[in-house]
Structure formats: structure tokens, C-alpha cells
Design a protein around this ligand. Structure first.
Ligand SMILES: [Zn+2]
Ligand SMILES: [Zn+2]
Length: 393
């Protein structure tokens, strides 16, 4: 995920060949981090905290991080679904509270991250340059030729057509600085806990949510598994998924970036996906894009085959192993394709029956029977394939 601070747009719009420190970001991140690790415990020891301060802090963190995940990331960067104006306005406000620059700015960086993932210079927060750079270093120092953000925004015409995105972009700093001061202040005045709210729901919440977002650029490209593709460094990681509202299934996301889900099973911890789906039932979100299971299965099988190939390449009987693996893999793909084709035919027949208001037709039940058989055969083959491939991968 992408993150920018107040000065990055101005700092980066000037062409420079030399590394350039971005002092306002250094001061902002440095001082806010210092406040979080010194001021928060000091105030706690001296005065203690009320439960309501923690509750509001957690609530604002969840709201702002969900706005980044559901809004900046899945809605605006990837257009994985559509949302009505009310939801878009709420997500844009949550993005102001998260203080990660405007949706236009964030998304334009993020699209480049996907396009040039792991490239040392083209990926704005490339993990190939190490933890520090991808986590926060890229926000503190600009190197080489600076990005021209006006041109980068022009490459996002779809976002420029969204009046909510453009309004937020135009007034971003006014809105976000006000929101980050006024929201905790108003909560403090309402509860009579002004200092606590400013410290917990203001500073600590902001530092905490910043660094969790940064982990998606750093740790989620270093720590975890790669079941869907090994073509880039992105990883699936349950710990990060829990901490970031579902963004930790980053390997899947880099393989299928237009899917509104990051955790594909309904029970995978991905609150953004649950929100998007639930809101589609009441018409607030629509046109949810989801990759077919067939494609997902194929991507996983292909990745497993490549892993097994790499791990067995040095063995004396590598050729023999590869031949066995290829045979099982090809059978798996063939049976998978057949089962999904039969499923499609069956579903179409079912739809026709419904359109013609008929009870289940003969053709329909025959197709269903055929699909069940092919599905069974595919599932058997999947077991054979996994037993063999996992011995070597
Ligand atoms: Zn990434
Ligand atoms: Zn993405």
C-alpha cells in the first residue's frame, strides 16, 4: 500500500538528481513516533487512561484503516467494485483521518507499485531495496529523478472524473489536519477527557495506523507464503491480515489485483471484503469483481509445479521426478478445466429453466449429474496432485 505525507507532492515535483531529504516528513514521523513511545506511557503512569479513550482510539483506527483498505486501495486504486456517493464520501473522510495523502495521490502511486513491483527505481516503495526503504525510507528521502505527480495524476483519468476524489484532493491538507485535530478534540470535550483523547485517539492511533499500513509495503513483501505466484516478492501473512483489516493476503492480491477480496474464502480474515459484500446486499456497493476459482486453482497449481521444479533441479533423478510431476499436473489441469466447463453448462441450463419458468428440465438434471461426476474426478486428481507435488515443493 502507498503512503504519502504533507510535503511529498511538493518535494517530489521538483526535478533533482541528488538524494534529497524531506525534512517535514522526517520531523513529522520522528516527532509523532517519539510522542507515541514517550508521551503515551508517561501520561499513563502519571494520570492513567479511561476505557473510553482506548475505545475511541481503537474505533478511529478501525474506521480510518478500513477507509484506506476499502476506499483508497480496493475502490479507487483497483476499481474492484463500485460504491454509491455516500459511501465514497465516508471513505474519503476516513482517508483524511488516516493522513496518508489524498486518494488520487495514494492510488496513483499504488498503481505504479503494482505495475513495477520490486523494481529498484520504478516501484515507489520497492521491497527489493530492503525493509527500511519500503517501510518508511522512501518517504524520508527522494533519490534520482523526482516523480512529476501532475503527470502521474493524468494517468488516472477515471479518478479525476470522480468529484468526491477531486474535492478531497483539492482540500486534502485542510480537511485532514482539521479532522486529526478536531475529531479527538471534540471527543475530548464531550467526555471531559481532552488530553487523553488527543494522546490516544489522536497521536497514538495515527502512529499505530501509519506503521501498520507501512507493514504492507515492507513486511508483506518479505514475511509469509507465496501460494499464487513467485514472480514478485508479495506474501500472504495471517498476522498482517489481522492487523490491517485483511490486507495481509498480499501474494493473492498481487496476482489478482482487481479482486475485491484479498482473503478469498469467506472465513479468511478480511473485514474489508465482508463490508463490501454486505453493503452490496443493500445496494450501496455493486459490480464486485471476483476471480473465478478455476483461475485461482490454476495459479496455485502452476506455482506449486514451479516450486517443485526449482527444489528438485539438483537431484540426480530430477528428470524422472519432473516427468511424474508434469503428468499429474497436466491431468489436474485437464480435469479442472472439464469440471468447470461442465459447471458452466449446468448453471446455464439452470438459468434457462428459471427464465422459462419450468421445473427442472431433463437436460438440466443430466448436466448436473455430469458436473458432479467430473467434479468428483477433479477432486480425486487434486489429492493425487497435491500429495505428489508437496513431497518436492
Ligand atoms: Zn505490494
Ligand atoms: Zn493493490
Amino acid at each position: 500500500m502507498s503512503e504519502q505525507t504533507p510535503s511529498s507532492q511538493h518535494a517530489s515535483s521538483q526535478q533533482t538528481a541528488k538524494p534529497k531529504w524531506i525534512w517535514i516528513n522526517i520531523l513529522f514521523f520522528g516527532l509523532s513516533f517519539l510522542a507515541a513511545i514517550v508521551l503515551v506511557p508517561w501520561y499513563g503512569f502519571e494520570h492513567g487512561y479511561h476505557v473510553s479513550s482506548w475505545a475511541w482510539g481503537i474505533g478511529l483506527w478501525l474506521f480510518s484503516s478500513t477507509s484506506i483498505s476499502m476506499g483508497y486501495h480496493r475502490l479507487w486504486s483497483h476499481r474492484a467494485y463500485e460504491a454509491n456517493p455516500v459511501l465514497r464520501a465516508i471513505l474519503a473522510f476516513g482517508g483524511c483521518l488516516a493522513l496518508q495523502n489524498s486518494a488520487l495521490h495514494w492510488s496513483s502511486d499504488h498503481r505504479i507499485h503494482h505495475k513495477h513491483v520490486d523494481h529498484d527505481t520504478k516501484d515507489p516503495y520497492s521491497a527489493s531495496r530492503g525493509f527500511w526503504h519500503s517501510h518508511i525510507g522512501w518517504l524520508l528521502k527522494r533519490e534520482g529523478e523526482a516523480v512529476r505527480y501532475d503527470e502521474q495524476y493524468d494517468r488516472c483519468p477515471d479518478l479525476k472524473r470522480d468529484p468526491i476524489v477531486m474535492f478531497q484532493h483539492k482540500y486534502y491538507w485542510l480537511l485532514s489536519v482539521s479532522a486529526n485535530i478536531l475529531v479527538p478534540l471534540v471527543l475530548g470535550l464531550m467526555t471531559g477527557l481532552v488530553w487523553e483523547m488527543m494522546i490516544i485517539a489522536g497521536v497514538l492511533r495515527l502512529v499505530w495506523s501509519h506503521h501498520l499500513t507501512f507493514f504492507i509495503n515492507s513486511l508483506a513483501h518479505m514475511w509469509g507464503t507465496r501460494p499464487y505466484t513467485e514472480e514478485n516478492s508479495a506474501r500472504d501473512n495471517l498476522v498482517l491480515a489481522v492487523l490491517t483489516g485483511g490486507e495481509g493476503y498480499h501474494n493473492y492480491h498481487h496476482k489478482f489485483q482487481y479482486d475485491y477480496r484479498n482473503g478469498i474464502r469467506w472465513w479468511h480474515f478480511d473485514p474489508s471484503k465482508w463490508w463490501i459484500k454486505a453493503l452490496s446486499w443493500v445496494g450501496v456497493t455493486r459490480n464486485l469483481k471476483a476471480v473465478s476459482n478455476e483461475k485461482i486453482e490454476k495459479a496455485k497449481a502452476e506455482t506449486l509445479l514451479l516450486k517443485a521444479q526449482q527444489k528438485t533441479a539438483h537431484l540426480p533423478n530430477a528428470e524422472e521426478i519432473m516427468q511424474k510431476l508434469h503428468e499429474e499436473y497436466e491431468q489436474f489441469i485437464a480435469k479442472l478445466t472439464d469440471a468447470y466447463a461442465a459447471r458452466k453448462q449446468w448453471l446455464e441450463a439452470k438459468k434457462n429453466d428459471m427464465v422459462e419458468n419450468m421445473v427442472e428440465s431433463y437436460e438440466h438434471s443430466k448436466l448436473m449429474e455430469n458436473y458432479k461426476q467430473l467434479k468428483h474426478s477433479f477432486e480425486q486428481q487434486k489429492i493425487n496432485w497435491l500429495i505428489l507435488a508437496k513431497q518436492y515443493a
